[in-house]
Design a protein around this ligand. Structure first.
Ligand code: AP5
Length: 215
C-alpha cells in the first residue's frame, strides 16, 4: 500500500506511521526525519534546511519533491510506503500524483488525522526522542521507563527536538493552517480522504486507523 498520513504537527503521524510500516513491511518515509539526518550530516541541504526548520517554516517544494522522488524508488519502498510529512502543499500533492503515474503506480490512501490545537501544543512540548533510533516518547503520555533514557538504548538520553520550543511550535501550527490544511479539502474533494480522530490513546487511534485502511 502507498499511503499518505496527513495532519498537523504533533497529531501522531510519526507514531502511527512507524507502527503501520513495521506491522506491514512498508517503508516509513518521514521527510522531517530525512531533513534532520541531512542537518546532522552537515550536508549543503542540511545547512539550508536547518534555517527553515528552526524557524518553523517549510523547505521549498522543489527540494522536497526531489527527495521524495528518489526515496520512493528505493528497494524497501517496493512493497509499499507510508509518507509522513509529505505532501505539505498542493504543489507537492500534484507532484506526488504525477511521479506515481509516471511509474504506473498510484496512491492507495490518504489518511487525515486531527486533534485540537491545545492538545497538539501539549504533546509537542512534552515530546522527547531517542537520538539513536528516533523512537518518540512523551513525558506525559509515554515516558521512557526510567524517565531519561531510551528503553531500547539504555545508554542514550532522550532529547527534545530543536523545533519543539514553544514559539516554534506556534509558528509550525500557523504554517500548517496556511500551507497544509488546504490539502484536507483537496483530497476530500477528490473523494480520497479517510478521516481518523487523532485524539485518544495511541492504541485506540491505531485500531481506528487500521479499520479505515482495511488492513
Ligand atoms: P516533521 O518532522 O514532519 O514535523 P511535523 O509535521 O511538525 O510533525 P511532528 O513530527 O512534529 O508530529 P507527528 O504528527 O509526527 O507527531 P508524533 O507522532 O511525533 O517536519 C519538521 C520540519 O521539516 C517542518 O517544520 C519543515 O520545516 C520540514 N519539512 C518536513 N517535511 C516537509 C515537506 N514535505 N515540505 C516542506 N518542509 C518539510 O507525536 C507527537 C508527540 O505526541 C510524541 O511525543 C508522541 O509520543 C505523542 N503522541 C502521539 N500520539 C499520541 C496520542 N494518541 N496520545 C497522546 N500522545 C500522543
Amino acid at each position: 500500500m502507498r499511503l499518505v498520513l496527513l495532519g498537523p504537527p504533533g497529531v501522531g503521524k510519526g507514531t502511527q506511521g512507524r507502527r503501520l510500516a513495521s506491522d506491514h513491511g512498508w517503508a516509513l518515509i518521514s521527510t522531517g526525519e530525512m531533513l534532520r539526518e541531512a542537518v546532522a550530516r552537515g550536508t549543503a541541504l542540511g545547512v539550508e534546511a536547518q534555517k527553515r526548520m528552526d524557524a518553523g517554516l517549510l523547505v521549498p517544494d522543489e527540494v522536497m519533491i526531489g527527495l521524495v522522488r528518489d526515496r520512493t524508488c528505493q528497494p524497501d519502498a517496493e512493497m509499499g510506503f507510508v509518507l509522513d510529512g509529505f505532501p505539505r502543499t498542493v504543489g507537492q500533492a500534484d507532484a506526488l500524483d504525477s511521479m506515481l503515474q509516471g511509474r504506473g503506480q498510484r496512491l492507495d490512501a490518504v489518511v487525515g488525522l486531527a486533534a485540537p490545537e491545545d492538545e497538539l501544543v501539549r504533546r509537542l512540548g512534552a515530546r522527547r526522542e531517542c537520538p539513536a533510533c528516533k523512537r518518540a516518547y512523551n513525558l506525559e503520555s509515554a515516558p521512557p521507563k526510567d524517565g531519561r533514557h531510551c528503553d531500547d538504548h539504555p545508554q542514550v538520553e532522550v532529547v527534545q527536538r530543536a523545533d519543539d520550543a514553544e514559539a516554534t511550535i506556534r509558528r509550525r501550527l500557523e504554517v500548517y493552517r496556511r500551507e497544509t490544511a488546504p490539502l484536507v479539502d483537496y483530497y476530500r474533494g477528490q473523494g480520497r480522504l479517510r478521516e481518523v480522530p487523532g485524539l485518544g490513546p495511541v492504541e485506540e487511534v491505531y485500531r481506528t486507523l487500521s479499520v479505515a485502511l482495511e488492513c
